[in-house]
Design a protein around this ligand. Structure first.
Ligand code: BG6
Length: 366
């Protein structure tokens, strides 16, 4: 059942090219220029009436929501909040009838997320669920549903569920942008074309495995690691850091690269592994200056940069080269080496990769 892989997590990491393809299938028009969501019968009036969006989720799904916010805001200029479900429901959120609630949950059963869904429905808000499980509570109770079609995810640490959640957010943002006329048709067609290449690029991103494995083995006995990045790279840093903590039990922190000097730069000491995500070209110069700051403290820096990068390499110890896509789509290819890093670190430490301690696949208590 593990298809020849040693663990479900490794199998599921490798299933990402196919999962991404399945998520895209049927959602792009025949001419390849538009997004079609047959499952959302939203007319232009409704799409135009949305004046803010609250994305509500837990764990890795919350991290997907952070990317969702950036993507929706960029393409539609609708203000988006991303909320932790266990906080949101008690926070008396400020909403109007034109606030769309998007709950995102792989399992569709997470108690905190379901409580938020029910509370917001009671308040009369429209709730869209993004979930992986057909027939789940979220799928049944939300007003609208978008499935991620990742296939069953067995390993507790979420991998293909996250990447397919990202894909749904890209599609949803494009869908809204088209309906609301906030993007020109060429931009939309270009992004759609780039999305269609992602299955192939995810496959290429998996080729980072040998370098990642070597790095993981070398640093498996460390007790701390840092992940830094700006913009979308910061959102993915949070997910990379969580993954490492969840299954290797190495303490990790994700920092917005520019924030490190306002906080815990003192913890960057000789030999500490720093994973620097450097894909956002408009922020690259700034990210590089943050990398120089940690190098000055003798950190060991592993960078994730584009395959055609010429700037990052000279400032770091090791580089993972990512297959080129739009900066905007970077999270999909960037997260894969980070999943592999968590996986190989966990294996090197002799942990139960698929069933980490004190963590359940779906938490149905609040
Ligand atoms: C945790 C899982 O219990 O719940 C995480 O261990 C997951 O992997 C989180 O991201 C949220 O789960 P879901 O099903 O709501 O996406």
């Amino acid at each position: 059942e593990k298809g020849g892989y040693e663990h479900f997590m490794l199998k599921e990491i490798h299933e990402q090219p196919k999962a991404i393809q399945d998520t895209l299938t049927g959602r792009i028009s025949e001419d390849g220029k538009h997004v079609v969501f047959n499952e959302l019968d939203w007319d232009q009036n409704y799409a135009n009436s949305i004046n803010q969006i609250h994305i509500v989720a837990c764990g890795t799904s919350w991290h997907a929501g952070l990317v969702g916010k950036a993507v929706i805001e960029k393409l539609t200029r609708i203000p988006v909040n991303v909320e932790i479900a266990s906080e949101y429901r008690y926070a008396d959120p400020i909403v109007s009838k034109d606030t769309l609630i998007v709950v995102i949950t792989q399992s569709g059963e997470t108690a905190d997320t379901m409580a938020a869904l029910r509370e917001m429905k009671k308040r009369g808000n429209r709730v869209l669920a993004i979930t992986n499980v057909v027939g789940s509570s979220a799928a049944r109770e939300a007003d609208d549903v978008l499935f991620t079609w990742a296939g069953p995810e067995i390993s507790v640490a979420s991998t293909k569920a996250y990447t397919t959640q990202l894909i749904v957010f890209y599609l949803f943002a494009l869908f809204l942008a088209e309906k609301r006329n906030t993007c020109d048709s060429q931009t939309i067609a270009d992004i759609v074309a780039a999305l269609r290449q992602l299955p192939e690029l995810a496959e290429k991103s998996l080729e980072s495995a040998p370098i990642v494995q070597q790095f993981a083995q070398q640093y498996a006995d460390k007790e701390d690691a840092f992940f830094i990045g700006r913009g979308l790279d910061f959102s993915v840093s949070l997910e990379g850091s969580l993954k490492l903590k969840e299954i290797s039990y190495i303490h990790a922190e994700a920092y917005a690269a520019g924030e490190l000097k306002h906080g815990t730069l003192a913890l960057i000491v000789e030999g500490i592994p720093v994973i620097a995500l450097a894909t956002q070209t408009h922020l690259l110069e700034k990210t590089i200056s943050n990398i120089v700051e940690v190098k000055a403290r003798d950190a060991f820096v592993l960078a994730l940069a584009w395959e055609d990068d010429t700037q990052v390499e000279s400032t770091v110890d090791e580089v993972i080269r990512l297959p080129r896509t739009l900066d905007f789509l970077a999270p999909v290819v960037t997260v894969i080496p980070l999943q592999l890093l968590a996986y190989y670190a966990s294996v090197a430490r002799g942990n139960d990769v698929d069933k980490p301690r004190n963590l359940a696949k779906s938490v149905t208590v609040e």
